[in-house]
Design a protein around this ligand. Structure first.
Ligand code: CA
Length: 228
């Protein structure tokens, strides 16, 4: 996709740009709302604007409203530090198609972009393949996890950890690998956080949580749920 990232946090913008480019997106960057608006309405063939709400010169909400007022055909993915129902509603009312709450794992942005691309595509939509092991099924596009068909409510971190484990069934992932996956933009998080979140995850998954095996001194592995 051809993307415009409007984000004033330089470190976050650099990290996000690098990951997006690794995913073969073309990325333009604007450090403030005014530049973002100029690029959003002036650059041909943009597919999506990734728009931070807290910008130095104007609110991302205003940028979204003005992009919509200019009738440019582009998707808007909002980055917000707030997670209240009201803020989400205001963001969607301002013209955003979807939003991600900071701090987010990159995979979350990536999944939202894929969903927006599918929505923009004409013709029948192909369902995203789901990840699964034993009774656990993870639907990346819908951000939904089920155990034996029963929906399990996970936090974004828990979701990212589970996703990483499911992508590498039977393989040991170190705490550092899991950290990189679930906390890509944080330097202050220690490997102990991984242990804590795996504990939450196991609890929420109930009996199926036993499929997440501890490999002592190394990390964790996703088993298939079969005995032994
Ligand atoms: Ca900001």
């Amino acid at each position: 996709m051809h993307l415009l990232l409007v984000e004033d946090d330089e470190r976050l913008a650099r990290a996000l740009t690098r990951l997006l480019e690794e995913d073969r997106h073309v990325v333009e960057h604007a450090p403030d709302g005014r530049t973002g608006l100029d690029l959003a309405t002036g650059v041909d063939g943009l597919d999506c604007v990734i728009l931070d709400i807290g910008l130095p010169d104007m609110s991302g909400l205003d940028v979204a409203r003005r992009i919509r007022a200019s009738r440019v055909d582009v998707s808007i993915l909002m980055l917000t530090a707030r997670d209240t129902v009201n803020d989400r509603v205001v963001g969607l009312d301002a013209g955003a198609d979807d939003y991600v709450v900071k701090p987010f794992a990159y995979q979350e942005v990536s999944a939202r972009l894929r969903a927006l691309a599918r929505r923009a595509e004409p013709g029948p939509r192909r369902p995203e393949p789901k990840l699964s092991a034993g009774a656990i099924v993870l639907d990346e596009a819908a951000r939904r996890v089920t155990v034996q068909g029963r929906s399990v409510d996970l936090s974004p971190r828990e979701f990212s950890l589970l996703e990483a484990l499911l992508r590498h069934p039977g393989q040991v992932l170190t705490r550092d690998q899991l950290l990189d996956h679930a906390w890509p933009f944080s330097v202050a998080v220690t490997p102990n956080a991984v242990d804590a979140y795996v504990h939450y995850l196991r609890t929420k998954l109930g009996e199926a949580g036993g499929q997440i095996e501890t490999v002592r001194g190394v990390g964790y592995r996703m088993g298939d749920g079969a005995d032994g």
